[in-house]
Write a protein that binds this ligand. Structure first.
Ligand SMILES: [Zn+2]
Length: 100
């Protein structure tokens, strides 16, 4: 379990597996892998964090496979596609909320 704290505020920060910037949990989305595949914002298990509203970060995380490493998933293209689909459905947040 890696849990870093920002020295200035003492708040919990997480590292985006895409751009590797450190942010608070509220600015990031949590991806985890369940028995049925990737899930968003589900507690439990090993999680990887990606900036909200940032398809670029997702793309970097997928291309580098850092997201699979973070999740300890011994995966390949199938897992990467599954994660990509998860975000394509709009569950990732950057497609929902843009209709206004
Ligand atoms: Zn990021």
């Amino acid at each position: 379990m890696t849990r870093a704290r920002s020295e200035r505020t003492g708040a919990v920060v997480r590292t985006c597996v895409g751009c590797r910037r450190r942010k608070g949990p509220g600015e990031l989305m949590r991806v985890s892998f369940g028995e049925e595949g990737p899930r968003l914002e589900v507690r439990g298990g090993r999680g990887a964090w990606i900036c909200r509203e940032s398809p670029e970060c997702l793309e970097m995380a997928l291309r580098s496979k850092r997201i699979l490493k973070a999740l300890r998933v011994a995966g390949g293209e199938g897992e990467i596609e599954a994660i990509r689909r998860l975000f394509d459905t709009g569950a990732g947040g950057w497609q929902s909320g843009r209709d206004g």
